[in-house]
Design a protein around this ligand. Sequence first.
Ligand SMILES: [Zn+2]
Length: 328
Amino acid sequence: MVCSSLLFSLSAACSSAGSPPELQQINTTDPSFPGIPGDEATYDYLFQYMPLANCGPINPEALGDRTELRIFQGDGISDQDVIRYLGGLRRYYDRYGIHMFTRHSVIRVPLDHALSLNSAVLVQEVRAQTGVDLSQSLSLTSEQTAMVGHAAFHNVIEFFNRYAIPTTKMINIVLLRQIVGSGADPGESQLMVHAVAGLGLSPALLASFPSTDPSAALYGWVGVQDFTPTAFIGVDVTDAVGVLPDVVISHEVGHCYGLAHDTTSGDLMTPAETTCVLSLNDAQLATVDDATKNLALLSGGAVAAVEDRATDIASVIRSMFPQPAASR
Ligand SMILES: [Zn+2]
């Protein structure tokens, strides 16, 4: 991407040639937010799906739960995409007797992606926000890394400030074209960052992580104390991989329920699983059941949690800056 090594002003100029700027703004909250709830039947068409006989969990259960959603449609996401992904979400959780619904119309958000990993853009943003010039830095202190991380989550924070704070007893579903913006620095890590298909954030999730987790530092980068659990879905990435929408959106909603990653093959919460036959085990189902029956569990955490490739994203941010020779 030729614009990636240029400063933000030039990057913005590049955007007029087709690609969106890395750091995007939501200048006004949609007037229908939070809004008065309507009849959920009005919006049921958003969740229509065709059953797939050989897909879904192998241990269906009838939990008898309900989860209310707010739906957000990013730039370039079609109405058909919205139905395809929400249909996939309901198709999956219907098998566990968890009814997904909304009582509000879809809100359009002027975002293309969730994370920005263009070093020139981030250096510019850190300078604008803090006055600190990192352009000549050979390596970053943890405090400086946090500044860069905060800038990298700019679009997420824009969304949160409009639609995730204060906390509601719902889950936000945000359909975007990509999770990582197209201006990410080229390099060996690029393949990894562009393969990030989703980002699930929930205050409750952090409680499942030990403070010694190597990615724990990243959790604070978003910088908000509490927020509505939010699942960002990268539609283009998911579609390009050819995986069923159900897999990615259901996994990220799993994070919103407070589920951490698993390592068991065939588990919905095991990263990089692509089969459409993914299940939740008894303990995971108990967590989901508790979360849906007592939605207060979905919020109340003291620190923001960021899941999904957190360690990888942190290492990418570090790798964007030249390292002292000794550590290469
Ligand atoms: Zn995950």
